[in-house]
Design a protein around this ligand. Structure first.
Ligand code: KG4
Ligand code: ZN
Length: 332
């Protein structure tokens, strides 16, 4: 069966997003970021659910309008099934079920992490496999080896915080607004990445740990502010650049180990943290050093968006991978 128009929804955290895809080409990708969480310094699940409920219809209408498609044109509806926050996921899934029932079209349930990886295929539908992919988001950190689009092995994962959390928690310590990653990236551009150094965590093989870096930075800030209360203000860009350097160098070291061991033909970085300008540069340099191709999504497809759900759905459809009306979300 040919699936021409797919509407895709993403509501797993604090972005309400809808996209339309036709035969692998994204026609619209509307993302409404819920700014209500900024003042709390993190996502409040109940507020996120309520705001998804408020925004989802208008975000969907805007996506359809931009794609110049009507509800009647749709052949399938895709939705993030998990992992994510239960209430927010429920909003997207319930909306998808209602549309599926009223339009008599099938539902495609998408794994959010798979979708971050599928975002690569928007720019490059046929990468060279095996592909080593570093997935770094606010909730997850994984090193994944893909033999093809549908076959993958998780080589390693974080044993505590995710890479995005390391950025966000450090930024919070430095008094920067949530989410801290983008601001830390911006401030780092004016700083010296080698002004301060933080110890590299030691966990086996391809797993990651970020709680040590976080504690080291916390102690470093406390110690220095005792001596000089203006320490953070006086050295903000250097601290940001040094923290960013520690986190990114650590991610690169893990990727390089896997590169040596598995000899992939391409490497990639995906997820919200792949928007980090320094990490994109470092991954590019690593690929050049090992003479493999390098893939990274365009910035709009790095942080949460329904475009990545749409491209994942496109390939799920080709594989006849649908869910039933009684499907439930999964949080992990
Ligand atoms: O993938 P994502 O949008 O949401 C999850 O699935 O978690 O990732 C969000 C994470 C946040 O921790 C945010 O601070 C981080 O991505 N992030 C960045 C940058 N842009 C977003 N981290 C570092 N540098 C950036 N430019
Ligand atoms: Zn995400």
């Amino acid at each position: 069966m040919e699936y021409q128009y797919i509407l895709a929804l993403e509501t797993s955290c604090d972005e309400t997003s809808a996209a339309v895809i036709a035969n692998g080409k994204i026609l619209a990708n509307i993302v409404a970021t819920q700014e209500v969480h900024i003042k709390y310094g993190g996502v409040i699940p109940e507020l996120a659910s309520r705001n998804h409920d408020l925004f989802i219809s208008s975000v969907v209408e805007e996506a359809l309008e931009k794609a110049q498609v009507t509800f009647q044109d749709l052949n399938a509806i895709a939705v993030t099934q998990g992992p994510g926050l239960l209430g927010p996921l429920m909003v997207g899934i319930t909306f998808a079920k209602a549309l599926s029932w009223s339009l008599s079209i099938p539902i495609i349930g998408i794994n959010h992490l798979q979708a971050h990886i599928a975002a690569l295929y928007i720019l490059q539908p046929n990468p060279d496999f095996p592909l080593l992919c570093l997935l770094v988001s606010g909730g997850h950190t994984q090193l994944v080896l893909l033999d093809d689009r549908y076959t993958q092995t998780i080589l390693g994962t974080t044993i505590d915080d995710a890479a995005g959390e390391a950025f966000d928690k450090t930024a919070k310590l430095l008094g920067l607004p949530y989410p801290g990653g983008p601001m830390l990236d911006k401030l780092s551009q004016k700083g010296n990445p080698f002004a301060f150094s933080f110890p590299m965590p030691k966990v086996g093989m391809y797993d990651f740990s970020f709680s040590g870096i976080k504690t080291a930075i916390k102690n470093f800030v406390q110690l220095n502010t005792t001596a000089n209360s203006e320490f953070v203000n006086d050295n903000l860009s250097d601290i940001c650049a040094s923290v960013q350097e520690s986190i990114n160098a650590y991610l690169i070291k893990k990727c390089e180990k896997a590169l040596f061991d598995f000899k992939p033909l391409s490497i990639a970085v995906v997820g919200g943290v792949s928007a980090n300008s320094d990490l994109r540069k470092k991954m590019h340099t690593l690929a050049a050093k090992h003479q493999v191709s390098f893939l990274v999504p365009e910035l709009v497809y790095c942080t949460d968006n329904a475009g990545m759900i749409a491209i994942a759905a496109h390939y799920a459809c080709l594989n006849n991978d649908f869910i039933e009306l009684d499907a439930v979300p999964f949080t992990r």
